[in-house]
Structures are given as structure tokens and as C-alpha cells.
Design a binder for this molecule. Structure first.
Ligand SMILES: Nc1ncnc2c1ncn2[C@@H]1O[C@H](COP(=O)(O)OP(=O)(O)OP(=O)(O)O)[C@@H](O)[C@H]1O
Ligand SMILES: [Mg+2]
Length: 237
């Protein structure tokens, strides 16, 4: 059981950005996609969540071909993305935003919703303190926590994140990554897109380096850490 991507290509309006990418993320794994600016990281993860259509190749999740199914149906299968830039409902409260995360799942009993909300607040106590606050007035880090909180309301099996450290103060970044590590220990598979090499290799067990839309290196985090290829690709040299 895992995420299996084979020979995947995608892009925009006739321009191919991702070229024949093949990768595998084991169930329960914590994996990272690294790469410099414009390497295609966001495009790849958006294709895995269904926001960008695949032009060829295959995405399989736990044995099910999800290549051409709509994003909300992928969510129902457990494939959930926390988007870059967070896309919160800024004039809604923290609690209202969190509840939106359960919408793609259809009807959920009130007790079940309350239970999920408790789990979210256990993971991010800061959000509990600010539950009635309008989300637009949260700090960058708190907004990122809220985006993740919303994402986990649908009980993902695979949680994908696009640069969760972006625009977040260093101390808060650590607590966000600790929360991801906790989710991972609870069995959620994590696929993380990051530009921050040191940070992501510290938390992820393995990863891939993307260069101009192709996987150029893959391995365990310590292999990636010591690979000269990683640094070259990463620095875009
Ligand atoms: N919506 C879009 N329409 C057309 N081209 C796009 C679109 N989004 C991204 N691109 C192009 O795709 C290429 C890869 O961009 P992408 O955002 O996937 O890279 P990235 O690795 O996530 O970069 P960054 O580190 O800056 O977030 C770039 O050349 C970019 O201009
Ligand atoms: Mg990006």
C-alpha cells in the first residue's frame, strides 16, 4: 500500500512542466520533494491532488488508479493537500475554517465532528485559544496551522503540503513540523514540498530532488544530505 507515481507528465496550456516522473511513497512514510525555484514542485503536488490534470502517466493510491479523478474524490480516498498560500476563508473564524475541511466528506455525525475537532486542537493548542478569532487576523504561522488543521479534518491517509514554512517565523516553523511528525507517528503518510533543505531533511525519512520537472536524485534523507547532486540541483547550478 502506497502512493505510486509512474511516468507522470503534466503542465499548462501545451507547456509540459513535469516530465515522466516516477516515484513511490510508502504508507506511513515521511517523504520530501526538494528543488530550487521553478523546478516544478508545486505543479507536481498539484497534479497528485488533482488540481493540475495529468497529460500522461499514472497515479495510483493504495492500488486505486486516481490519475483522472476529481480532487474532492481523491480527498474521500484519503489524499489531501494543504495548498501553498493557505487559501483560508479570511473573514471566517478559526472554527468555521476548520469545519470547512470536513465538507468534502459529506455528512458526518456531530459527535464525530467534535471528536475530530478535539484532535485538531490537541495538535495545535494555539488554535484552540483562538477558536473564535477571524482567521484573517492570525499570524502567518497560525494561518499555516489552520490550513493544516482544516486539511486533517477529512482524516487523510496521505497529507501533502506545499512549503508550510513559507512566511512563518522560525520558532513556529519548528512547532508546525513537530505537529507533522506527530501526525506521521499516528500513521498519516506525509509528502512535503520544501525549499528549506536542512529543515525538510531533518524531519523526512526520504525524498526526491526535482530539477526542471524531472527527478534527478532520490534516496534516504542522509543520502540526500550528503549527495553532491542534491546541492547542485538544489542550488540550480
Ligand atoms: N498556473 C500556471 N500557468 C502557467 N505556468 C505555470 C503555472 N504555475 C506554474 N507555472 C510554471 O511552471 C514552472 C514550474 O513552477 P512551479 O510553481 O511548479 O515550481 P516550484 O518548484 O513550485 O517553484 P517555487 O519554489 O518557486 O514554488 C514555472 O516555469 C512556472 O512559471
Ligand atoms: Mg512552489
Amino acid at each position: 500500500m502506497s502512493l505510486e507515481v509512474s511516468d507522470l507528465s503534466c503542465g499548462y496550456e501545451g507547456q509540459t512542466i513535469i516530465h515522466n516522473v516516477t516515484l513511490r511513497v510508502e504508507t506511513g512514510g515521511f517523504s520530501t520533494i526538494l528543488g530550487s525555484n521553478n523546478a516544478g514542485k508545486s505543479t507536481l503536488i498539484n497534479c497528485l491532488s488533482g488540481v493540475v490534470p495529468a497529460t500522461s502517466g499514472r497515479i495510483e493510491f493504495n492500488g486505486v488508479d486516481i490519475t483522472n479523478i476529481a480532487p474532492h474524490r481523491r480527498v474521500r480516498l484519503g489524499v489531501v493537500q494543504v495548498p501553498e498560500g493557505r487559501q483560508l476563508f479570511s473573514d471566517m473564524t478559526v472554527v468555521e475554517n476548520i469545519l470547512m475541511g470536513a465538507v468534502p466528506m459529506g455528512r458526518i455525525a456531530k459527535v464525530e465532528l467534535a471528536d475530530r475537532m478535539d484532535q485538531v486542537f490537541a495538535l495545535f493548542p494555539r488554535l484552540k485559544d483562538r477558536r473564535r478569532q477571524i482567521s484573517g487576523s492570525l499570524s502567518g504561522g497560525e494561518q499555516q496551522m489552520l490550513a493544516i488543521a482544516r486539511g486533517i479534518m477529512s482524516r487523510p491517509k496521505l497529507l501533502m503540503l506545499d512549503e508550510p514554512s513559507l512566511g512563518v517565523a522560525p520558532l513556529i516553523v519548528e512547532s508546525i513540523f513537530e505537529a507533522l511528525a506527530m501526525l506521521n507517528r499516528d500513521g498519516v503518510t506525509i509528502l512535503l514540498v520544501e525549499q528549506n533543505l536542512a529543515l525538510s531533511l531533518r524531519y523526512a525519512a526520504s525524498g526526491f530532488v526535482l530539477e526542471r520537472g524531472e527527478v534527478v536524485v532520490e534516496g534516504t534523507s542522509s543520502e540526500l544530505q550528503s549527495s553532491s547532486k542534491t546541492r547542485r540541483a538544489y542550488l540550480g547550478m
